[in-house]
Write a protein that binds this ligand. Structure first.
Ligand code: ATP
Ligand code: MG
Length: 348
């Protein structure tokens, strides 16, 4: 997703001008009655105008609750939320006029056609009749639903329904579009289409706030992401900056066959003392892969942020030991690595 907000993403939380911000959240707390733990437990962040911002986190992290408060559907326990310049507590109607929300639930009206769903939504937001009809036709066409305008929503595929929900949300030209789990239950092809739709919406200037538990998706779609865990915001930054914070995890991955002289142990030890290599990890089971006389060794050399020197040195050393190199790959920490590090690992 490309957009004008790359620069805004670079600014980070402190740099976002409050007047320019599309969304400002300060010390947000939400406690549901009868629940011991707060669903949202003191969250602050800002979203710049034109940005695509993602809240990522596991099930129950508090993403939908946060979106619920930001879209006036859930009342906050405490804290301040301003969307499109309107405080959601003191001016919910004003905020609602500037935002739109696509929820996790299937909530197209099944008794209306797809087109009627769009028009009714626009009329609710006081869009003049003529304009509502024109806009419905334009949006349905834009999102590839022109020939499904007269269909009932339950005749549409999951991907088409998701696109129809996004089209409906855009009917009153919101400044900020909230999308809760845009691609859950969609096949890869439908995901791609929804991704294109959101990219296009953002390219036309709409700020997009989405939630997802798919980290690869967040990395691809968002200028900045906030990592949410158990109601708290653990980090907010660009995917690249979050990745750089885990630079220790940059690795050179190698598949090699030890040479005739040096056995696997000697190769591992030798690479371990190569300049710039901090540690060598040996994959538990090396495949034989039809190599009659030897076992392929699968190795990860952990390096610093720039693997250039250790990579060159390692290849030079392997050449010296007459080792055959079958695969070389540099792996950089993904958002998933960062996420697991921040949230305490997979097995907590
Ligand atoms: N209406 C409610 N009443 C009571 N507790 C709720 C309510 N809605 C959510 N919760 C609780 O608040 C916490 C956060 O839920 P929330 O739906 O915000 O998480 P989420 O990050 O959106 O999860 P998911 O990825 O499953 O959609 C959970 O512990 C959930 O059980
Ligand atoms: Mg949710």
């Amino acid at each position: 997703m490309t957009g004008a907000a790359e620069a805004a993403g670079e600014q980070g939380l402190a740099g976002v001008d409050r007047r320019e911000a599309a969304v400002v959240v300060r010390d947000l707390v939400k406690r549901y009655p009868g629940r011991a733990r707060a669903a949202v437990d003191g969250v602050s962040f800002s979203v710049a105008r034109g940005e695509v911002f993602g809240l990522v986190g596991t099930n129950g992290a508090g993403k939908s609750t946060t979106v619920g408060v930001l879209t006036t559907l859930v009342a906050a326990t405490s804290g301040t939320v301003v969307v499109g310049g309107r405080d959601v507590r003191t001016d919910p109607a004003g905020a609602r006029g500037r935002l739109a929300v696509v929820t996790q639930h299937h909530n197209l009206d099944r008794s209306l056609s797809v087109r009627q769903n769009l028009v009714v939504h626009a009329r609710y937001h006081r869009v003049p009749r003529r304009r509502a009809h024109d806009r419905a036709d334009a949006l349905l066409e834009r999102f590839g639903l022109g020939d499904r305008a007269g269909s009932r929503p339950d005749r549409l595929s999951g991907g088409q329904q998701q696109r129809a929900k996004i089209a409906r949300a855009l009917m009153h030209e919101p400044a900020v579009l909230f999308v809760d789990e845009p691609s859950t239950a969609l096949d890869p092809r439908a995901r791609l289409v929804v991704s294109e739709v959101l990219g296009e919406v953002n390219a036309r200037g709409t700020t997009v706030v989405l939630t997802t538990h798919d980290l690869a998706e967040a990395e691809r779609w968002c200028h900045r992401v906030g990592i949410v865990d158990r109601g708290r915001l653990l980090a907010v930054d660009t995917p690249a900056a979050l990745g750089a914070s885990a630079a220790d995890a940059v690795a050179v991955e190698l598949v090699v066959a030890p040479g005739p002289v040096d056995g696997p142990g000697a190769v591992v030890a030798g690479l371990g003392s190569t300049a710039g290599v901090r540690r060598v990890e040996v994959a538990p089971a090396a495949g034989t892969d039809g190599a009659a006389e030897g076992t392929w060794l699968r190795l990860r050399l952990l390096t610093g942020a720039d693997p250039t020197v250790p990579l060159a040195e390692a290849l030079e050393a392997l050449r010296g030991w007459a080792c055959e190199v079958r695969e070389v790959r540099v792996s950089r920490p993904s958002l998933e690595d960062v996420f697991l590090e921040l949230t305490g690992g997979a097995g907590r």
